[in-house]
Design a protein around this ligand. Structure first.
Ligand SMILES: *[C@@H]1O[C@H](CO)[C@@H](O)[C@H](O)[C@H]1NC(C)=O
Length: 362
C-alpha cells in the first residue's frame, strides 16, 4: 500500500507550488529573489549603505540589477507598456525607483516617517520591483519583439528560485509568488495556482494566447494585492504599539502599490489618496478600512474581471465580520478561471478516487 500512496501524496503536496518547467534556462533571472533577501537583511540591520549597494549594484547576478528593473523603459525595449502606464496613472512617474531609494534611505518622500515604515516599504517594494519586471517580460513576450524566453523570464521574476536553493533562499520565496501563497493561506484561495496555470497555458503558444493568459495573470495578482491591502488595513488597527502599527501600515500600503496598476483606476486612486502613510495622518478607527471596503463593494470589476467576492475576505478571521462591520454586501465572485484548472482539479479528484478504490480493493 504505502508504495502506491506515497508518490501520489508527494505529487499532491507539490501541486501547491508552481511546477512550471521553463524551456529556457532562466535561473539567473530567478535570482532576483536572492537580491530581495539580501536587501531585506541589510535594511533590517540598518545598513543603508549596503542596502543601497545591493539595490544599485549587487554581486548576485550578471544581468538584472534591482535598480535597472525599477527604471526599465518598457516601450523602449519593445514591450507593450499599457500595464506600466496604468501604474504611472495611479502612482506617478518613477513610482518604483523613487520609492525604493527614498525608503532605503528613509528620506525624500519618506522624510519624517518612522524607520519601521521605511524598512518595510523598502523590503516589500523589492518584491513589487521584480513583479513589475515579470510583467514587462510577459508583456514583451506577447508583443512583436518578444520571444518564448521572455515568457520564461516572466515566470522567473514572478516566482523566484525554481530549481535549486541559493544562499539559503528557498524555492519560490522572496517573490510575488510567495506573497500570493501567503494571502492564499490567509483567505483559503488559490490565486497563486491560477497565476501558475496561466503561465503554463501560455507556454509555447502564439502571441494572442500569451496576451490572453497575461490578462489572467493580472487578474489573480490583482486579487492577491487587494486581499493584502485589506488584511493590513485591518491589522494595523489592532497594533498595540506604534512600531507594529507602522509595520502593518507600510506593508499594506506597499502591497497596494504592487497591484495598483492592475486595479480599477477609481478604486486605486481612492486607496492611494486615503491609505498612503506618506500623505495621511495615523488611522485609529475603521474609517479608512471601511472606506476601501465600501469602494470595493461598489466597484463591479476591481480589475481584469475580478470582484470583491473573488477575494473570499470572510474566510480570514480578522475580516470575518467585514460586512456588518462596514455595512456592506460583498458581491459574488466573477473571476474567470484558467482553462485547464478545472481539468486539473478533476484529475486530482480522479486520483483521490483511485486511491480510495485501491484502498477498497486491498
Ligand atoms: C539620503 O539621506 C540624506 C539625509 O538623511 C541625504 O542627505 C542624501 O542625499 C540621501 N541620499 C539619497 C541617495 O537620496
Amino acid at each position: 500500500m504505502k508504495y502506491i500512496i506515497a508518490p501520489l501524496l508527494i505529487s499532491l503536496a507539490n501541486a501547491g507550488d508552481c511546477d512550471y518547467k521553463p524551456g529556457n534556462d532562466v535561473t539567473d533571472h530567478s535570482k532576483s529573489a536572492v537580491d530581495a533577501l539580501k536587501l531585506k537583511e541589510a535594511v533590517n540591520a540598518g545598513d543603508t549603505e549596503k542596502a543601497m549597494e545591493i539595490y544599485t549594484n549587487p554581486t548576485t547576478r550578471s544581468s538584472k540589477k534591482p535598480q535597472d528593473m525599477a527604471t526599465k523603459d518598457w516601450a523602449g525595449a519593445g514591450a507593450p507598456d499599457d500595464i506600466y502606464q496604468d501604474y504611472v496613472a495611479v502612482l506617478g512617474e518613477n513610482f518604483l525607483d523613487g520609492y525604493n531609494i527614498d525608503a532605503i534611505n528613509c528620506s525624500g518622500q519618506f522624510e519624517g516617517q518612522s524607520s519601521d515604515i521605511c524598512k518595510i516599504a523598502a523590503v516589500k517594494n523589492a518584491l513589487c520591483t521584480s513583479l513589475s519586471y515579470a510583467f514587462y517580460e510577459f508583456a514583451k513576450s506577447g508583443g512583436d519583439a518578444g520571444s518564448e524566453k521572455n515568457w520564461d523570464e516572466g515566470f522567473a521574476f514572478w516566482h523566484g528560485l525554481y530549481d535549486e536553493e541559493i544562499d539559503g533562499v528557498e524555492l519560490g520565496s522572496n517573490s510575488a509568488a510567495a506573497v500570493q501563497s501567503s494571502r492564499d493561506s490567509n483567505y483559503k484561495t488559490d490565486h497563486k495556482g491560477e497565476t501558475c496555470q496561466r503561465i503554463k497555458n501560455g507556454q509555447d503558444k502564439d502571441k494572442a494566447a500569451k496576451k490572453k493568459e497575461l490578462d489572467g495573470i493580472a487578474a489573480s495578482i490583482a486579487a492577491t494585492f487587494s486581499q493584502a491591502t485589506l488584511k493590513y488595513a485591518a491589522e494595523m488597527l489592532q497594533g498595540e504599539d506604534q512600531a507594529l502599527i507602522d509595520k502593518k501600515w507600510g506593508e499594506g500600503y506597499t502591497y497596494f502599490r504592487c497591484g495598483a496598476g492592475l486595479m480599477d483606476k477609481d478604486l486605486a486612486m481612492y486607496i492611494e489618496e486615503n491609505f498612503s502613510p506618506l500623505t495621511n495622518e495615523k488611522m485609529t478607527d475603521d474609517t479608512v478600512l471601511c472606506g476601501i471596503a465600501s469602494k470595493m463593494a461598489e466597484t463591479k470589476d476591481l480589475g481584469y474581471g475580478i470582484s470583491m467576492g473573488d477575494l473570499q475576505l470572510t474566510n480570514f478571521e480578522t475580516l470575518a465580520d467585514l460586512e456588518t462591520r462596514c455595512s456592506i454586501t460583498i458581491p459574488v465572485a466573477t473571476m474567470e478561471l484558467a482553462d485547464s484548472s478545472s481539468a486539473i482539479k478533476s484529475a486530482g479528484l480522479i486520483a483521490v478516487g483511485a486511491i480510495a478504490a485501491v484502498i477498497a480493493l486491498v
